[in-house]
Design a protein around this ligand. Structure first.
Ligand SMILES: Cc1cc2nc3c(=O)[nH]c(=O)nc-3n(C[C@H](O)[C@H](O)[C@H](O)COP(=O)(O)OP(=O)(O)OC[C@H]3O[C@@H](n4cnc5c(N)ncnc54)[C@H](O)[C@@H]3O)c2cc1C
Length: 407
């Protein structure tokens, strides 16, 4: 059987970006896309924001229109899971039994929501939010509901809680940590987001865990917390993180350790690449492995992997970047937030005109966060972090009289 030059498993953002990159270098080589979902690849970002609120047409959620795949002659196997990968023969098997021998393979299978193992979590009206169907079902549930609860104060939890409150639902957010987002952001910014959510009308229960859902006739009616509180709700969302879909790679004997381990060229093994939420990649800039579950990394990973599959040899050396939108609050974070010894704020904690936090460790600027920041400031921070030049006076970053772009 003819070996297919390019096979991509996983029909999401990284996959689409890889198609783009492959076709820039090779217009004609056979290209096969295998995706477990029945849809063409779509953007998950609006699913907790504009799309959930009914402010975005369904057709605008798709990353590319059907003609893109026609024009680029992408052979699509959608609604088909790749069930096995044989690394001796470089062949993948699909759930219908079809076998596809490949020259180059990209695994971009993303992640799935972590389940919350508490009683009642399977009641109707409780959802996780990952797919278009999840967002549609949640939107339908919201239309019937008056009270909503969100379990988990990560980015998706905070975004959904904001969307609930904006659509007039009486909303409660439960977070086991002392504040929402406290696993990721600094204490001061978390406190700011806490007060922002309260102003939006979200009631917060922090430092407490959901212990069970209760309901009647199979439908959710509320949740009980470990502090003994009963919170009534007609609709609930659980957002407690994702687990990477590594089964295919693990069963094939690839190196899997909290993600598929890849080098800076995003190679997991010879001729096999991994990209996006699933990839634990080596960053030559940060000199360590990391896995990032955000849009920009999936996009740039897809581009890098696609180019390399088609004959380039480019390293993925971008700094991690992510954004989140909660109604009027826009957050951008660039760099490595995990490495911070000192935090310097520029501007008062306010939505307008917004503020920035700069994170330093070992005399270096490691990361920067912007609340309602400007693109040019983000770009300046990106360049400054990438320079890895010692900063003599980190406190000077607080000086609002200095042009932020010149910092
Ligand atoms: C609701 C929501 C809101 C978000 N908002 C933001 C945001 O504001 N900012 C931000 O930076 N990031 C955000 N993200 C994260 C961002 O969407 C992800 O990082 C990005 O989608 C990852 O892309 P991916 O291609 O790696 O994986 P995915 O988009 O998950 O695509 C993987 C695809 O592979 C399929 N698949 C899995 N296993 C197989 C198999 N064996 N065979 C075939 N196909 C398979 C899956 O079904 C899926 O369709 C959000 C995510 C969600 C869910």
């Amino acid at each position: 059987m003819e070996r297919v030059p390019y096979v991509i498993v996983g029909g999401g953002l990284a996959a689409t970006a890889a198609i783009d990159a492959i076709r820039r270098r090779d217009k004609t080589g056979r290209l096969v896309l295998v995706g477990a979902e029945p849809h063409l690849p779509y953007d998950r970002v609006p699913l907790s924001k504009d799309y959930l609120l009914g402010r975005m047409e369904r057709e605008h959620v798709f990353l590319r229109q059907p003609r893109f795949y026609e024009r680029h002659r992408v052979e699509r196997f959608l609604g088909q899971t790749a069930t096995a990968l044989d690394t001796d023969t470089n062949t993948i098997t699909l759930e219908d039994g079809r076998q596809i021998p490949f020259q180059k393979l990209l695994i971009a299978t993303g992640g799935r929501p972590r389940r919350l193992p508490i009683p009642g979590a399977d009641l109707e009206g409780i959802s996780y939010l990952r797919t278009l169907e999840d967002s549609d079902a949640l939107q339908a549930g919201m239309a019937e509901a008056q009270r909503a609860v969100v379990v988990g104060g990560g980015f998706i939890g905070c975004e959904v809680a904001t969307a609930f409150a904006q659509s007039g639902l009486q909303t409660t957010l439960i977070e086991v940590a002392p504040a929402p987002l406290s696993l990721v952001l600094d204490v001061e910014t978390c406190a700011f987001i806490t007060s922002f959510l309260s102003q939006q009308g979200v009631a917060l229960r922090t430092g407490t865990a959901a212990t069970r859902f209760f309901g009647e006739e199979g439908s959710v009616q509320g949740v009980v917390t470990d502090s003994g509180e009963n919170i009534e709700a007609d609709v609930a969302v659980i957002g407690v993180g994702i687990a990477p879909n590594t089964e295919l790679a693990a069963a094939a004997g690839l190196n899997v350790d909290n993600g598929v381990v890849v080098n800076e060229y995003l190679e997991a093994a010879e001729a096999i690449y991994a990209a996006g939420d699933i990839a634990r990649y080596y960053s030559p800039t940060l000199q360590r492995h990391l896995r990032v579950e955000h849009y920009d990394v999936a996009l740039q990973h897809g581009r890098t992997a696609g180019a390399n599959m088609a004959g380039a040899r480019v390293a993925y050396s971008e700094l991690p970047y992510f954004f989140s939108h909660m109604g009027p609050l826009h957050i951008d974070v660039i760099g490595d937030m995990s490495n911070r010894q000192q935090c310097v704020r520029r501007g008062p904690l306010s939505l307008e005109p917004g503020f920035a936090q700069f994170y330093f460790a070992d005399d270096l600027l490691q990361a920067a966060l912007f609340v309602n920041g400007k693109p040019e400031h983000l770009q300046a921070a990106r360049e400054r972090i990438a320079q890895r030049r010692p900063v003599a006076d980190p406190a000077g970053f607080a000086d609002e009289t200095r042009d932020p772009a010149a910092l």
